[in-house]
Design a protein around this ligand. Sequence first.
Ligand code: CA
Length: 229
Amino acid sequence: MSKPVVLVVEDEPDILDLVDFHLRQAGYQVHKAADGLQGLRLAQERHPDLLVLDLMLPGLEGKEVCRRLKQGQATRDIPVLMLTALASETDRVIGFEIGADDYLTKPFSPRELVLRVQAILRRRGEPQAAEALMRLGRLTIDPQRHAVEVDGQDVDLTATEFRLLHRLASQAGRVQTREALLEQVWGYAYQGYARTVDTHVRRLRGKLGPLSEQVETVRGIGYRWREET
Ligand code: CA
């Protein structure tokens, strides 16, 4: 059994070493890069199973590294865990817009990082069941193509937004707690990440146009896909 390979791109030596140490302890093989260009090159050459990518990097910014990887035919499937020093909403959102699979805000605990890495790889490893096309009123979800339509018009969703919508719609009419959504959609269930769900629900609503109100907030509990009447 070969160990999964994680490429860590981080310009702060202390953090790079810390992350390296903990990932090795957890059984991963680790490659390291200290700037964006080197990170991009290593990702293209070695095709790691996952990339831990700092946002603020010398040379080529983490955002740009991620963008280029997601544009490359051979590298677009490499999942990216983004590290950011900025806790602001904007940067979190940017992380997802450019296709990062998850993010961690500094300072983070190494244990948390390892859990996130494990969750992303576990999610990736799950066989993608050939699920049937789902039609719910004006909404169509095609799990095989990862495509969504509202009134026959394509809706462009990120991978995370797609999973969130799919989960809500497949449980239509039933309330999903934030914790359950975190576990189902993100692959982890910790206290304190409810805002991650809220942020994505807000973005999802924004993209659903005429169906935005079908994602109903159930105060103090979570969210529910309201069936059209
Ligand atoms: Ca940095």
